[in-house]
Design a protein around this ligand. Structure first.
Ligand code: HXC
Length: 510
């Protein structure tokens, strides 16, 4: 008996060593943790249950028969994050560069299937060289098996990708189909084809960092939802994100106890939105002052800063926040901001997270760059996303709500449940200056007359009361009471039941 126990211990020890001590040292020398070290930070201490540690590939060509490592380059299983079950797979770069072959793919699809069946989130940790070259089409097939499951799980369980090393070829498309992608600065990069292929095909000389580093994807391409300085910071932030998310589309969001009084007043909000409609202000201050313990988890912080999206809790309940940001591009909606917010709204709707929308938007950004870039289609994405959303929608118009952007930002007309406005709100087709210049073109040569017309227009339209008279806003609220009013609205909406007409799926303007 003793020898079988010893044999198990030996086998386990060998599997835990992955590609061996030298490769682990090399991994550390690059500033990266190993797959198992990463999982020990992501998951609650001692909670990781590993599966398939003894799986080996069955490839024989290119000397592969003699090149087997138990576990086959990916560590899989499940554990908990603050007590809630989460399935995981972590590529082990020390084994054949974390490359994916048939057996490796089989390990991933096993936990994908388990996560979907058991309705729990799944987190993939990427640090790999793509398709295992020695396994040829078997590797390609393995990727497609993973992709298929990503798609089936989309909207059913949260899927999170943590890119913590190279991520190329087949490895990029799985993260791209998951809900959130985080990257590590300096050590991770994602691209479909690497710098060498780029050089050959286009003649461009570019480094891996320039082509697909964390900042490129978090700022420009929006492939990444967040960039962090090192493995540990990223993993701790992933834990924080998971705490906001429901385990599945049927589980309901986790409710965390809070000591923050839902009735807390914030007198400073009364003067937050400047009287001058052109003066910027930081909407994140409003978000933090409304959120429990000022805790706001921002998504895509560095991309399209003119709209702010992320998770907060109000009276212990997680919500999705969408807010125009007057401190960036005056909070205008452009193509990037529309896409960013639309994707976030759809995530929240899929997972039954209520939407709290803060509005200060001068409209959609004019210009050829935007029109040629498909602003109509991208703006329509946000309109579509809000209109199809059936989760509770609570909207607060803080200042401007002009033109089509008024309609789009969770207005009453798009089934907004509770729509409030601050007294500083201006709800109109456009700003006063633009309006009178169109309506009174003949008087353009007389600045005095135009100024008087603008004043008149402002008095008539640039207040929340015209909309309130029609019931388009349910109440004009004191800014200092925003947290209490939003919290009460959300509590009232907890039993909301609304369904869209049956369809196979919609046809959102992609
Ligand atoms: C097999 C691989 C591998 C791969 C790396 N290795 N990538 N083995 N298949 N795809 C092995 C290396 O041979 C090496 O083994 C070890 O992993 C570490 O790799 P290094 O190159 O020494 O590390 P580094 O210098 O850090 O470079 C990492 C890398 C590079 C940038 C990822 O290895 C690389 O470019 N790999 C190939 C990337 C690629 O083209 N993949 C195929 C993409 S096509 P030894 O034993 O020597 O230490 C694809 C198609 C799928 O994925 C499409 C589906 C839609």
């Amino acid at each position: 008996m003793k020898h079988v126990i010893e044999d198990l211990g030996r086998r386990r020890g060998r599997a835990r060593l992955g590609g061996g001590a030298a490769r682990i040292d090399a991994q550390h020398a690059k500033g990266k943790l190993t797959a198992r070290e990463r999982l020990s930070i992501l998951l609650d201490e001692g909670s990781f249950e590993e599966f398939d540690a003894f799986v080996e590939h069955r490839a024989t060509e290119f000397g592969m028969a003699a090149n087997k490592v138990p576990g086959d380059g990916v560590v899989t299983g499940w554990g908990t994050v603050n007590g809630r079950a989460v399935f995981v797979y972590a590529k082990d770069f020390t084994v054949l560069g974390g490359s994916l072959g048939e057996a490796h793919a089989g390990k991933i699809t096993k936990v994908q299937d388990l996560a979907l069946r058991n309705k729990a989130p799944i987190v993939g940790l990427f640090d790999a060289g793509g398709a295992r070259i020695q396994e040829g089409v078997a590797a390609l097939g393995g990727y497609a098996e993973v992709f298929q499951r990503n798609v089936l799980a989309s909207g059913v369980i949260p899927q999170i990708s943590l890119v913590m090393g190279p991520c190329a070829g087949g490895d990029v498309y799985s993260p791209a189909m998951t809900d959130f992608v985080f990257m590590v600065r300096g050590t991770s990069y994602m691209f479909v084809t690497g710098p060498d292929v780029v050089k050959t095909v286009t003649g461009e000389t570019v480094t891996a960092e320039e082509l697909g580093g964390a900042d490129v994807h978090a700022t420009r391409s929006s492939v990444a939802d967040g960039a962090y300085d090192d493995d540990v910071t990223l993993l701790l932030q992933a834990r924080r994100l998971i705490d906001f998310l429901p385990s599945s589309n049927v589980s309901g969001a986790p409710h965390w106890p809070t000591r923050d009084d839902p009735d807390r007043e914030e007198p400073s909000l009364d003067t937050l939105a400047p009287e001058n409609p052109n003066a910027p202000w930081d909407v994140k201050e409003l978000v933090r002052k409304v959120a429990d313990e000022r805790d706001f988890f921002e998504i895509q912080e560095a991309h399209a800063k003119n709209v702010v999206v992320g998770f907060a809790r109000i009276a212990g309940r997680p919500v999705g926040i969408v807010a125009n940001q007057p401190a960036a591009l005056a909070g205008v909606l452009d193509a990037d901001a529309s896409r960013k917010a639309a994707r976030f709204v759809r995530f929240c709707d899929a997972f039954s997270l209520p939407l709290v929308t803060f509005v200060d938007v001068p409209g959609f950004l004019p210009g050829t760059a935007q029109e040629y870039g498909g602003l109509i289609k991208h703006g329509a994405k946000l309109l579509f996303a809000y209109a199809e959303a059936t989760v509770p929608k609570v909207t607060v118009i803080a200042r401007k709500a002009y033109g089509g952007a008024y309609d789009v930002m969770a207005s009453k007309h798009l089934r907004g449940d509770v729509n409030y406005a601050w007294p500083t709100a201006q709800i109109a087709v456009m700003g006063a200056k633009g309006a009178v210049e169109i309506l009174h073109r003949a008087e353009l040569g007389d600045p005095g007359k135009i100024a008087a017309r603008a004043k008149d227009y402002e008095a008539r339209f640039m207040s929340p009361f015209v909309a309130a008279e029609r019931g388009y806003v349910d109440d004009v609220i004191m800014p200092r009471e925003t947290r209490r009013r939003v919290a009460r609205a959300l509590a009232m909406l907890e039993g909301k039941a609304l369904a869209n007409p049956w369809k196979k799926h919609d046809n959102i303007p992609l």
